[in-house]
Ligand binder design. Structure first.
Ligand code: ADP
Ligand code: MG
Ligand code: MG
Length: 249
């Protein structure tokens, strides 16, 4: 279970999260929706352990263990995966090489030895087949000249390889066309598992047409202000945030 209790976070002296409480159960897909500036990205960065964020109070627990004093690599080892809003291009590094390095970094942080190349090739081929990724793409430099949809496919493939306990997708849908949206949603749906939770952060409802969340949380001013079923997202699509957020249009 991922539990966030009374989380207070400041950036450069500015309060952004104000006593946020949130629980994501294993097997659950939780959507977080909320107006721009409500602190959604800050929440995902703080969970992943990005620095520059000052946690002034509260806890983030995985199965009862506080992860706040762990660095990002240790959190990844503990099973946190954050998908990036803007994928980086790495000219000169084959996607395959990048994926292998990221898997082995996670294994090292867990005190495990590197995966052998033959084992890695088998694992990556299986994951690529499951997610319908063309294996030829893995020879190309990471993200260089990839379409939006191809970048998303690679990110989902990376997530599959790292096999996280909790996958966090922060506005992965912004700027994506419908095909890319379907790829992301298809990947999440393929990776849904009893022992894995997802936090799908989105400003718009449309991603949730393809990923049916078990629970929808509305965030405003650094707090979760409303929790409901998937229907809540549909209601937001119709009425906006006005019923839940005092200052939203
Ligand atoms: P959301 O993802 O919901 O749009 P963010 O977490 O990106 O919200 O931002 C929440 C608030 O925190 C905004 O007012 C934003 O301007 C502010 N903020 C976020 N990051 C920083 C930063 N590095 N420095 C100063 N203010 C920041
Ligand atoms: Mg924003
Ligand atoms: Mg954001």
């Amino acid at each position: 279970m991922l539990e966030i209790k009374n989380l207070h976070v400041e950036v450069e002296g500015k309060k952004i999260l104000n006593g946020l409480n949130l629980t994501v159960n294993p097997g659950e897909v939780a959507a977080i929706m909320g107006p721009n500036g409500s602190g959604k990205s800050t929440l995902s960065y703080v969970i992943a352990g990005k620095d520059d964020y000052d946690v002034t109070d509260g806890e983030i627990l995985i199965d009862g263990e506080n992860i706040l004093d762990k660095d990002p690599e240790e959190r990844a080892a503990a099973g946190i995966f954050l998908a990036f809003q803007y994928p980086v291009e790495i000219p000169g590094v084959a996607t395959m090489t990048f994926l292998k390095a990221s898997l082995n970094a996670q294994r090292r942080a867990r005190g495990e030895s590197d995966m052998s190349t033959p084992d890695f090739m088998r694992v990556v081929r299986e994951a690529a087949a499951k997610l319908e990724v063309d294996p030829d793409m893995l020879k190309r430099p990471l993200n260089v000249g990839f379409s939006g949809g191809e970048k998303k496919r690679m990110e989902i493939l990376q997530m599959a390889l790292l096999s996280p306990r909790y996958g966090i997708l922060d506005e992965t849908d912004s700027g994506l066309d419908i095909d890319a949206l379907r790829i992301v949603a298809g990947g999440v749906n393929a990776l849904r598992a009893e022992n894995r939770g997802f936090l799908v952060i989105t400003h718009y409802q449309r991603l949730l047409d393809y990923i049916k969340p078990d629970v929808v949380h509305i965030m405003s001013r650094g707090q979760i202000v409303k929790t409901g079923s998937a229907d809540l997202a549909l209601e937001l699509e119709k009425n906006g945030y006005r019923d839940y957020v005092a200052d939203a249009a």
